[in-house]
Design a protein around this ligand. Structure first.
Ligand SMILES: [Zn+2]
Length: 468
């Protein structure tokens, strides 16, 4: 019996899996179902995610078609300056963190647009941190997600969490739905515990592939073949050094609000909010006379790959060591103006189309950095200075439980490059994860709303292998 709309879409988000890891497993024939149902009819490409490249925040482009800056949720942690003058509860609220009791607040904090769940009411989702727009009962296994998620975090039982997701996914195959969003957190959790290429991450991917096979076998009994999309929200790289930016500021004599215990820091003059842990927003809380001096000291901190801040004239200054450049957003076009050296490695003064700059930036150390820094600093909730970590470094102390042996969040290629696969042909041009939402909406036969940051892939060029 056919119970499903012929225009149905499944988006499988494999949290934190690297493009190279997935490609390597595919080359070895270890992911036969991904090959058969997704890559062979469509394709796989190395796309780019958003900055900060971290779970939750990097789901916003996939579900809303906009960057975190436009959505006004600039990090997994950010600081609400309006809450600093209140009592203890207001101050706890102001130090926003979606890791913990405030996790659900991300749904109401996103200020722009409507999610795919809102646009496609016949949606189901499994294990997503963003649930806005899902109908009652459409977020499957929320209790098991909470219990397994906590156990996985502290007891390393990610395979059990992914098994719970897989069984709910296979069971959902027989239900009526048009959009099904499935999240597998295992690869990211295991990457933090070990490294991105660890055999346990590979086994986690094979487990997901087996679930895909089971799901398809069941889905084809109850309807036509859905259009499949497979994506990761961010990459990752090993961490060998923890450099806590808040402690660096304290060492400079600046009392600093920070998670998890110093949210009520007396006489605080700064706040540091870390994402990933390779990104940090630094907020200056009073008109510090020495702001520009502090900013320079932050830029020069060991482990900082890039820093960015607003120039007060609608531009953004990007800093790498003593190099400086200015970025300006003109909508479709972006200006990159080297002022001292060439911090982004783009070569010279450029005023080019956004997509052309994306393509040029892919060969640099910081893929899509111009657009990503502009989008992030457009949010008034972003810090006065935004920092991106060098490879091998993150911005939180070794006290984190469990200690992160690998991480993400930064603007470096290891964190920004992600696999994007679809069972429909993909164009032979650079793609961003933000392009997926309008592409999926198109496959669902829906109207694409105005004002999105993403572009459906059908408007981006000819499919790979098709001569123009
Ligand atoms: Zn992670």
């Amino acid at each position: 019996m056919n119970t499903r709309d012929p225009c149905s879409v499944v988006c499988i988000l494999i949290d934190g899996v690297l493009h190279d890891v997935l490609q390597d497993l595919l080359d070895r024939g270890d992911l036969p179902n991904l090959s058969r149902w997704v890559i062979e009819p469509g394709g796989l490409t190395a796309g780019t995610t958003v900055f900060p490249s971290t779970t939750g925040i990097a789901y916003i482009p996939i579900l809303f078609g906009c960057y975190p800056g436009l959505g006004d949720v600039p990090g997994i942690r950010w600081f609400d300056r309006g809450g600093t003058s209140g009592g203890p509860l207001a101050r706890w609220r102001a130090a926003r963190s979606y890791c913990g009791p405030q996790a659900g607040w991300i749904n109401r904090d996103i200020t722009h647009g409507r999610s795919l769940f809102e646009l496609v009411p016949e949606s189901l989702a499994i294990c997503t941190p963003i649930t806005r727009g899902l109908r009652r009962g459409a977020h499957l296994i929320p209790v098991r997600r909470a219990l397994h998620g906590a156990a996985a975090h502290y007891c390393r039982s990610y395979p059990a969490l992914d098994r719970a997701v897989a069984s709910a996914w296979v069971a959902a195959a027989a239900r009526p739905w048009r959009f099904l969003f499935v999240v597998f957190p295992g690869p990211d959790g295991l990457t933090h515990l070990y490294d991105p290429g660890h055999p346990r991450v590979g086994e986690s991917c094979r487990q997901i592939d087996r679930a895909l096979g089971d799901f398809m076998a069941r889905a084809l009994k109850t309807g036509e073949c859905p259009t499949l999309f497979v994506v990761a929200d961010h990459g990752a790289s090993p961490v060998s050094e923890h450099r806590d930016v808040a402690l660096e500021l304290e060492a400079m004599g600046v009392a600093t609000i920070r998670h998890p215990l110093h949210l009520w820091r007396r006489k605080a003059r700064a706040a540091v909010m870390v994402s990933g842990n390779g990104a940090a927003h630094v907020y200056f809380l009073d008109a510090l006379a020495e702001v520009s001096d502090l900013r320079e000291r932050l830029v020069a901190l060991p482990g900082v790959a890039l820093a960015a801040y607003r120039d007060g004239r609608d531009g953004v200054i990007v800093a790498r060591a003593h190099f400086r450049a200015r970025l300006m957003d003109h909508g479709e076009r972006v200006t990159y103006e080297p002022l001292l050296g060439d911090p982004l490695g783009l070569g010279r003064l450029l005023k080019v189309d956004d997509r052309e700059l994306l393509a040029r930036s892919l060969a640099t150390d910081f893929p899509d950095a111009p657009r990503q820094l502009l989008q992030l600093l457009a949010s008034s909730r972003s810090g006065d200075v935004v920092l991106a970590a060098e490879r091998g470094v993150d911005f939180r102390g070794a006290w984190e439980l469990p200690e992160h042996r690998s991480g993400h969040g930064s603007l470096i290629a290891d964190h920004m490059v992600v696999p994007i696969a679809a069972s429909v042909p993909l164009p032979d041009v650079p793609l961003r994860t933000v392009d997926l939402m309008p592409t999926m909406l198109e496959a669902l036969g829906g109207q694409i709303p105005d004002g999105l940051d993403g572009v459906p892939v059908s408007r981006l060029g000819a499919p790979a292998g098709v001569a123009l």
